[in-house]
Design a protein around this ligand. Structure first.
Ligand SMILES: [Zn+2]
Length: 359
């Protein structure tokens, strides 16, 4: 089999190299007779750390629609996806070499009638730990809890379960060897989750300085999904008449959002990029989330790392090391200096095969 050569600055270091692909794997050993496939900036396969395959506005979708979502994500450069909860069984994606690598959280677990209809296992507090253990066994090493949502009785955002129920669920998932993440918009749910050793927080708009310090102390990660947070004004407007307190809470969280997320970043909380594709957002737009992270103040190199080499390391998938699976994207300009090039990859290589090619 002829070796393929890719030439150019290899990120994150940006050192000029000849990268060869032989039998699907990367080598930097010169290969005689190699075909040069592309030249440009070579970036470890992008990572969408919060995405939903097999899901749309109304719940699970069929296999054909799921496949198209995965293709859209891949063609946007996302070659590794952490699926943050899906009502569909998507484990068949693992068998498809042409679709992104996938780390599944199983199905969301929410409180009864306290989440988007058709998405979650909706359970009572007493059953939360049982479902956490079940989804830990169904997923790929992660589970997803819905930490808070509007409470119609309280007319405001409120934790989905008592702190003790959350702590039991986290312990139950950990006992199965799975990590735990939770959807958290507000403040109230966060102290208990972080104290109970949750591994990651999704969204995190309710974080305060003391909680950021607690996250650093516990090693808790954050996936803010900034593009999704930009929808808070819509949530606030939709609830204003019947739930004015909720509308005010959402508006306040949104006004403070850039400062909240950047305070976590500045304190050293590891942050990763998630598009929330499928969670009422379109697929294939990890570039948009990288741009959004830069817009709220993150340096471009870190924002790209949050969607590439740092996220791969976090999820236990190799970067562009000697012998690693050849999963990378080539761009004709340096994305750190010009993020717009992220929307126009020259070549996308997954498991050693060219799966996408630009102009
Ligand atoms: Zn989501």
């Amino acid at each position: 089999m002829t070796a393929q050569r890719f030439r150019g600055p290899v990120l994150p270091e940006g050192e000029n190299r000849d990268l060869y692909v032989v039998d699907g794997r990367i080598t930097y050993e010169p290969q005689a007779g190699a075909d040069t496939v592309a030249e440009g900036w070579i970036v470890p396969g992008l990572v969408d750390a919060h995405c939903h395959l097999g899901l749309d506005d109304d719940g699970a979708v069929d296999r054909e629609a799921t496949e198209q979502q995965a293709i859209d994500d891949r063609d946007g450069g996302a070659l590794l996806i952490r699926d943050a909860g899906s009502a569909a069984d998507t484990r068949w994606i693992h068998d498809r070499d042409d679709l992104p690598r996938l780390v599944r959280c199983g199905r969301h677990i929410a409180a009864t009638k306290r989440y988007i209809r058709g998405y979650a296992h909706e359970v009572e507090p007493a059953d939360l730990a049982t479902y956490a253990a079940q989804e830990a066994r169904n997923g790929d090493g992660w589970i997803k809890l819905v930490g808070d949502w509007i409470s119609r009785e309280e007319g405001d955002l409120a934790p989905s379960f008592p702190a003790e129920a959350f702590a039991d669920a986290i312990a139950a998932a950990h006992a199965e060897g799975a990590k735990v993440t939770a959807h958290c918009f507000g403040h109230g749910v966060l102290p208990g989750l972080i104290e109970a050793g949750i591994d990651c927080i999704e969204h995190g708009t309710g974080l305060t300085e003391d909680l950021v310090d607690a996250m650093v102390a516990h090693g808790t990660r954050l996936v803010p999904t900034v593009m999704q947070l930009d929808k808070f004004p819509e949530h606030a407007a939709a609830g204003r008449e019947r739930f004015p307190d909720y509308a005010a809470t959402m508006a306040d969280l949104y006004a403070r959002m850039p400062a909240t997320i950047m305070a976590a970043y500045d304190a050293g909380v590891p942050i990763y990029a998630g598009s929330d594709g499928g969670g009422i957002s379109r697929h294939g737009n990890i570039a948009g989330e990288i741009e959004a992270l830069v817009r709220i103040g993150m340096p471009a190199h870190d924002a790209l790392g949050a969607a590439s080499w740092r996220a791969r390391e976090w999820l236990g998938v190799d970067g562009l090391d000697e012998g690693a699976s050849a999963d990378f994207v080539v761009y004709d300009r340096n994305p750190v200096e010009d993020l717009s090039v992220l929307r126009a990859p020259t070549v996308i290589v997954l498991r050693g095969s060219v799966v996408g090619r630009g102009r």
